[in-house]
Every structure is written in structure tokens, then in C-alpha cells.
Design a protein around this ligand. Structure first.
Ligand SMILES: Cc1cc2nc3c(=O)[nH]c(=O)nc-3n(C[C@H](O)[C@H](O)[C@H](O)COP(=O)(O)O)c2cc1C
Length: 198
């Protein structure tokens, strides 16, 4: 059975991102996959302190972080999953602050010893897992996807954990109503993307 891990950077309970992830849960479960959603808003995850201790350890396994918080359990879940859904609304042209805070902690996936210029992704050489990227914004979705940093940031997060992005949902024009609902078209896209990762 395929294990899917969804990581949600939305602040808003039952907002668009939550609805999309709930729809993925239904779709993946009926496709016979196991799926877990982690809401970053509920996770005790601290800021990276840039000590780089984790990046000194060589090898493919994520380095050990000096901080003792919820991130180590989340890294274990990332390691055990076969596929990912990485989701964040677009706030001020980028992923949300809680997604960015999580993303910076993914530095454990880089080998970057002192004396070297730039990090190397530990998982770059290994068999790729698959990721689907989800975002939403007030602007039209196709514009948001190209105009904002969100899509690129979510792709980099996927790449750093060893996953190739195989699908994107970037839904737009969702901020006119206080409680927007996802459309049938989004629902259909979710069903077809689920088949790519289940
Ligand atoms: C602080 C803040 C900043 C935002 N910045 C942008 C933006 O730069 N571009 C845009 O199109 N929408 C922007 N939005 C709209 C959000 O993208 C939209 O509310 C979000 O995708 C809804 O996701 P949710 O329902 O999961 O909360 C912003 C919203 C907030 C609250």
C-alpha cells in the first residue's frame, strides 16, 4: 500500500487548502492508498538557527538537527512516505511563513560541510519519489503560478526531500467570498492527480 504524506501550510481551518487536502484524502483512500495530513499550524516547529550542524554529516540520510521539537518526527514521516502533497496558500507572493519555516528546516536534507560553497541535496542521486504541489491565491490561478514564488518554493521543497513534482493545483480567484468552496473542476483534477501518486 502506497503511503502519501500531505503537508499543509495554511493557517485557515476549512479554507481552500484544507478542502483540497480533504478531497485528496477521500480520493487517495478510495484508490487504496494510505494518506496522512500534517497541518503545520498545529506543529511545534522552531526556526532553523543556521548552525549547520546537520549539514556536516555525510550520507543520504537526513542529518541530525540540534533542536528538539516536532521536526524530527516529521522528518521520520517524510522518510517513510512514498509520495507527497505539499500545500501552501500564496501570501505576499510566496508560501506562508509557517511553510517557509518548515522548509528551512529541510536543510537536514543537504550535505554542506564547512569549506564548501553550496549545499548538495542528499537525495539527488536516488530513485525519485513523487510530489504534487498545491497552492491558491486571490489572482487568477494561471497568473499566480507564474508570477509568484510559491510554485518554485514548493518545487524546491519537493526536490530537497527527493521528490519529483508530477502535478500542480494552483487555484485562483478564491478571495472574493469569505468561505469559498472548491469547484467540481478542482475535484476532477484531484481525482486524476491521485492516480499519479497512489
Ligand atoms: C496576508 C495575506 C497575503 C496574501 N497575499 C496574496 C498575494 O500576494 N497574492 C494573491 O494572489 N493572493 C494573496 N492572498 C490571498 C491568499 O492567497 C488566499 O486567501 C489563500 O490562498 C487562501 O488559502 P486558505 O483558504 O487555505 O486560507 C493573501 C492573503 C493574505 C491573508
Amino acid at each position: 500500500m502506497k503511503k502519501i504524506l500531505a503537508i499543509n501550510g495554511s493557517y485557515r481551518k476549512d479554507g481552500v487548502t484544507d478542502q483540497i487536502l480533504n478531497a485528496f484524502v477521500q480520493s487517495a483512500t478510495s484508490a487504496g492508498a494510505e494518506i496522512e495530513v500534517i497541518h503545520l499550524r498545529d506543529q511545534p516547529i522552531e526556526f532553523c538557527t543556521n548552525c549547520r550542524a546537520c549539514t556536516q554529516q555525510s550520507g543520504e540520510h537526513p542529518g541530525e538537527c540540534v533542536l528538539n521539537d516536532g521536526m524530527s518526527e516529521l522528518v521520520n514521516k517524510i522518510e517513510q512516505a512514498d509520495a507527497y502533497i505539499l500545500a501552501s496558500p500564496t501570501n505576499f507572493y510566496s508560501v506562508t511563513a509557517i511553510f517557509k519555516r518548515f522548509m528551512e528546516r529541510l536543510i537536514v536534507y543537504a550535505y554542506w560541510p564547512w569549506g564548501t560553497m553550496a549545499p548538495k541535496y542528499r537525495k539527488a542521486q536516488t530513485a525519485k519519489k513523487k510530489a504534487i504541489i498545491v497552492s491558491s491565491c486571490a489572482a487568477p490561478g494561471f497568473l499566480g503560478r507564474v508570477m509568484y514564488g510559491t510554485h518554485r518554493q514548493l518545487k524546491i521543497a519537493a526536490q530537497s526531500i527527493g521528490a519529483e513534482t508530477v502535478g500542480t493545483i494552483f487555484t485562483g480567484l478564491i478571495s472574493k467570498e469569505q468561505s469559498p468552496k472548491i469547484t467540481e473542476q478542482i475535484q476532477n483534477t484531484i481525482n486524476s492527480l491521485t492516480r499519479k501518486i497512489s
